[in-house]
Design a protein around this ligand. Structure first.
Ligand code: ADP
Ligand code: MG
Length: 634
């Protein structure tokens, strides 16, 4: 053992230290409410034991002495009904003192913060449903135990350590005599609460293990009471290596839950063996619910890479970021076991596996879209915002991703529309695919920009996700039709006839309106690039649009918000020349200048508010509004 550890072992008494704040919160939740099904704790402890065995197997490739004579991985459950205890023991990698303090005093799991925030904010999802989708890990032991001891010896070291806690805010770590510890690996002892004492009885425990951990790739034995012989209850055979015909839906679900740490049902399972130039097996799942780390900034996937049944890493980026919600594993028969993780990453064999895996996932999505549209709609509902990242990130597969994409549109109602549907419903003379991007579906639907399009029966894609502003750009298109933002440039709508009963132009008003627009432009000065009459509007008086060459208004807001734009370009104020208020203001002619100036500013502010922005100047806005109200009350 390292000298520092030895010194600590000699001198440090067990002294209690507090849990990190997030752990304390999680523990509190665990003890005081939540899981309707407390038995998930056993799955978590068995999963950890199996992980520890897999990590040892991997480290032992480079350092075989770590295994010594004890080469076969195993997990043993020891029951002691008399003392109301359940012990989960493994001969895996074990933990040093420092690893213990880190692993069992903090939470590194991604998505934890988001999870705790949502629980605290009591968002609409029901709390238990939320928790059911979040694997809580080791700390779930405190749902059934009033005290937990973890005794562990790191592979290749002498000194063993004991961690213990009652889950009420602190834990203690102390050295233990070698005879009290497993030869290698970790022993987790649960002193069960009175109402959890059935977890020390064989029948129930055995049934539970078979039901929820039957496909953990390490054999599991049970020791009924101190002194009895261990009986194997699960053989640790790799599920993914079995023929598909022998695997039932429940087996897949069980395996999915243990590999993904989620408790939902997978919505699709992709299991195949590729043979030929390379031999590898892939078992992938599309979850039925969003994993908690879906929108974490690192956008990491967690597909596990195995080589000949040995777990290597879950950081090999087997699938691209836009498929990060997929869970599962790839097991290669050809990659060399004796090279480092880094070398494996560079291997052309792995590159070929990755390509095969992406294509397989995408073709399964295509198959579902075609053959099981309802299932596909559910997948899109859950993961569409992530899949759309692929449209601009995966240039090579852009057309494929566009074909997979589904949209809400001005014509879709509650259903989803594909671009193929859209292009099939183009109006005469319509040459572009129109879209409106923003961050809020309700505001998108009521945007004045859509009025002219609605009046002509032209469908517009409504794009509520931040990612939409990045892929829906001028210069890209689908089926030869370019994407075009309805907030950008001239609307080009004059060529397409209106289908509603258009208001007759106010006779003789055109010249006066043109003068009024000139007046508005002079009044607003530098705040706008231009003021012009609009084809886009039928009911509203005003809206803001971007110039033809500049970024779409929604994209501009995102870039400006991220500090990526020195100065946002000036918008164009479009005015509806047939609108009653506009016509009436125009009729005022040269009279009432001050009132018209207020009106010009207020129209501009109105357009900003409709876009989800604030008035240009809050104080001036309220002064002007006050004067206007005063005038109305006079
Ligand atoms: P996770 O398994 O997602 O990392 P857990 O809360 O289940 O989260 O476990 C936390 C950490 O504790 C693990 O990452 C591991 O480092 C350590 N750990 C837990 N159980 C064991 C074990 N049986 N052997 C070795 N390390 C373990
Ligand atoms: Mg775990």
């Amino acid at each position: 053992m390292p000298a520092a550890d030895q010194k600590e072992a000699d001198s440090r008494p067990a002294e209690s230290q507090p849990f990190q704040a997030d752990v304390a919160k999680l523990l509190h939740l665990m003890v005081h409410s939540v899981y309707s099904d407390k038995s998930v704790f056993l799955r978590e402890l068995i999963a950890n034991a199996a992980d520890a065995c897999e990590r040892l197997r991997y480290e032992a490739i480079a350092e075989p002495r770590l295994l010594g004579d004890d080469v076969k991985p195993r997990i043993t459950l020891l029951l002691d009904a008399d003392n109301r205890s359940l012990t989960v023991e493994d001969n895996g990698i074990g933990m040093s003192r420092a690893e213990m303090a880190e692993a069992l005093g903090t939470i590194a799991r991604s998505g934890t913060k988001a999870f705790l925030e949502r629980i605290e904010a009591k968002q609409p999802d029901d709390e238990t449903a939320l928790i059911g989708r979040f694997g809580v890990g080791f700390y779930s032991a405190f749902m059934v135990a009033e005290r937990v001891e973890v005794i562990s010896r790191r592979a290749g070291t002498e000194q063993a350590w004991q961690w213990s806690s009652d889950g009420k805010g602190t834990f203690a770590i102390s050295a233990v005599a070698p005879a009290e510890a497993p030869g290698r690996g970790t022993r987790v002892v649960l002193h069960l609460m009175d109402d959890a004492k059935s977890y020390a009885e064989r029948l129930g425990v055995e049934r539970l293990v078979k039901a929820q951990s039957g496909h953990v790739p390490v054999p599991i034995s049970i020791v009924e009471k101190a002194g009895s012989a261990p009986a194997e209850i699960s053989d640790g055979a790799a599920l993914w290596a079995k023929p598909k015909a022998e695997i039932g839906a429940a087996d897949y679900t069980d395996f999915y839950r243990s590999i993904a740490g989620q408790f939902d049902e997978p919505i699709a399972t992709i299991h195949y063996r590729a043979e030929g130039r390379q031999d590898y097996t892939t078992l992938l799942f599309i979850p039925g619910a969003r994993p908690f780390d879906l929108f974490d900034p690192d956008r990491k996937g967690r597909i596990k890479l195995y080589v000949k049944r040995v777990f290597i890493t879950d950081e090999a980026d087997i699938l691209p970021r836009y498929l990060r919600f997929v869970r599962g594993l790839v097991d290669s028969a050809d990659l060399a076991l004796n090279v480092s993780r880094e070398k494996i990453q560079e291997s052309p064999l792995l590159a070929a596996i990755k390509k095969g895996a992406i294509n397989r996932v995408l073709s399964e999505l295509e198959r579902l879209a075609d053959k099981e549209p309802e299932t596909y709609a559910k997948i899109w509902e859950t993961f569409g915002a992530v899949l759309k990242e692929g449209i601009y990130e995966d240039f090579e597969r852009r057309d494929q991703m566009l074909a997979l994409a589904r949209f809400k549109t001005t014509a879709s109602g509650d259903a989803w529309r594909s671009l193929k549907d859209y292009v099939g419903a183009l109006k005469t003379n319509q040459t572009a695919i129109y879209y409106l991007a923003g961050d809020d579906m309700a505001r998108l639907k009521s945007s004045p920009h859509l009025e002219g399009f609605r009046a002509r029966g032209i469908e517009v894609l409504l794009l509520p996700d931040p990612v939409d502003s990045f892929w829906a750009m001028p210069g890209t298109g689908f089926d030869g039709k370019p994407f075009k933002s309805v907030t950008q440039g001239a609307a080009d709508l004059a060529l397409i006839p209106r289908t509603d009963a258009a208001a007759p132009p106010a006779a003789g008003a055109e010249a006066a309106v043109a003068d009024f627009l000139g007046f508005v432009k002079a009044t607003l000065g530098d705040a706008v690039a231009d003021v012009r009459a609009s084809d886009r509007l039928t009911d509203s008086a005003v809206c803001l649009v971007a110039s033809e060459g500049g970024p779409d208004r929604a994209l501009e807001r995102i870039l400006a918000g991220a500090g990526r734009l020195a100065s946002a370009s000036k918008p164009i104020l479009e005015v509806n020349p047939r609108h009653d208020i506009v016509v009436a203001l125009a009729k005022l002619g040269d009279a009432d200048r001050a009132f018209k100036e207020d009106a010009a500013h207020l129209l501009f502010d109105e357009a900003r508010v409709l876009d989800g922005e604030r008035p240009a100047d809050a104080k001036l806005f309220s002064d002007r509004l006050g004067r206007l109200l005063g005038r109305g009350l006079r």
